[in-house]
Design a protein around this ligand. Structure first.
Ligand code: SF4
Ligand code: SF4
Length: 382
């Protein structure tokens, strides 16, 4: 006879899942249809049915340390076929949000970013910073040249954004160390350089998205956004360092290779975001499943590229009446995107990469390579 298993449900966790988009969680009757449908489920396993049961029981520690919640890419196939309308895809989305909040440092910021009530406060902080820079900067009014630098001095912006990048990297690091510890505690596998590299390659190609029977445009939208963001990250870093070292002078000429790459990257993100937004708006099921957590990231990112492109057009067209105002909004949104990245849906990319690497490490260590999706794609372990 098996020893008795004492379950200690976390009712607060169940409540948080339900208010984060998983409100139909309790409709699950454990029929297993989702496990038969999901292309990630091993043939002899119970993914995602098992996680649905654990969520119903409020087993928070098990779920936040389970890499499987990150291997799900929210294709929605299980939600479409669930006979009870329990919407397992949306429950997994809510679980990922809860995991990000759980590992976030400091914890209160994780809760603030997840709450629509806190949005004015979150935007007020960067707005005050850039207002102060515009008002107090020694460069204010010192030049008649129609450049953003005449109101927002480049050395001040460079110092601010490099400091912000360092801070965000440290915050991400703390959250991911906590996550890796939780993965180890749950015996979910080890993370090596090769498994990390393989996970990154998989994410950059978004291979699993092509296996979904749902809308194919999601993969296009995600890929354009991801690659566009990578392009902007590279150009932003190179141009920022080049400018501080005195090698590059901003604003760059339109014919500069770095400017071309930056503009192409911005257009890629814009098209990708529009594809994702149209998908969500046109499809009533996806629209209903989209939470504030999703909108916050998607609309902030869209706002960053729209205001960036409009600022550049206004500068080139010398429309000085409004260009500084649009650029101000652009700076506020860029700052918000980065500062709140470890607590928003942005953090998915970091947590998903680590979880996929852990799943691959787990497959090798435990000899589960025979399972479906094992070894080649990262695994769901039961
Ligand atoms: S989530 Fe739906 S399909 Fe999956 S086990 Fe529960 S009731 Fe069945
Ligand atoms: S949303 Fe897609 S990947 Fe995630 S559990 Fe459901 S079927 Fe599997």
């Amino acid at each position: 006879m098996h020893p008795a298993l004492l379950i200690q449900p976390d009712s607060r966790f169940i409540h948080d899942i339900m208010v984060s988009g998983g409100e139909d969680l309790k409709k699950c009757m454990q029929c297993g249809t989702c496990s038969a449908i999901c292309s990630l489920a091993p043939e002899d396993g119970a993914f995602p049915r098992k996680q649905m049961l654990e969520a119903q029981w409020g087993l928070k520690d098990r779920l936040v340390g389970d890499p499987a919640i990150w291997l799900c890419h929210n294709c929605g196939d299980c939600t479409t076929y669930c006979p009870r309308g329990a919407r397992p895809g949306d429950v997994f989305n809510a679980l990922r949000q809860q995991a990000i909040e759980h590992f976030a440092f400091p914890g209160f910021l994780g809760r603030l970013v997840g709450s629509s009530m806190a949005l004015p406060i979150l935007l007020l902080l960067p707005a005050l910073i850039f207002w102060a820079i515009a008002r107090l900067s020694p460069a204010s009014g010192m030049t008649q040249e129609l450049e953003f630098a005449s109101v927002f001095p480049i050395p001040v912006l460079e110092a601010l954004f490099f400091a912000l990048s360092g801070l965000v990297l440290v915050i991400f690091w703390i959250g991911l160390v906590r996550f890796i510890k939780a993965l180890r505690d749950s015996g979910s596998g080890s993370i090596g350089v090769s498994s990390l590299a393989a996970a990154l390659v998989e994410i950059m190609a978004h291979k699993r998205f092509s296996e979904c029977t749902g809308k194919k445009s999601r993969r296009t939208g995600h890929l354009l956004t991801l690659w566009g963001f990578a392009g902007l990250a590279v150009t932003g870093t190179v141009v920022g360092i080049g400018s501080m070292a005195g090698i590059l002078r901003t604003p760059l000429a339109l014919t500069s290779p770095w400017k071309i790459l930056a503009n192409l990257s911005a257009v890629a993100i814009l098209v990708g975001c529009l594809v994702l937004l149209v998908d969500r708006i046109q499809d009533p099921v996806r629209r209903a499943a989209t939470t504030y957590f999703d909108w916050f990231f998607l609309l902030t990112l869209t706002g960053v590229v729209v205001t960036g492109i409009v600022s550049e057009v206004l500068r080139l067209g010398r429309v000085d009446q409004i260009m500084f105002g649009v650029y101000f909004v652009h700076l506020v949104l860029v700052f918000s995107l980065f500062l709140y990245a470890p607590y928003s849906k942005f953090a998915h990319i970091a947590y998903r990469t680590v979880a996929m690497a852990a799943a691959r490490g787990g497959a090798g260590r435990n000899g589960l390579a025979g399972r479906r999706q094992a070894a080649a794609d990262g695994v769901i372990r039961q």
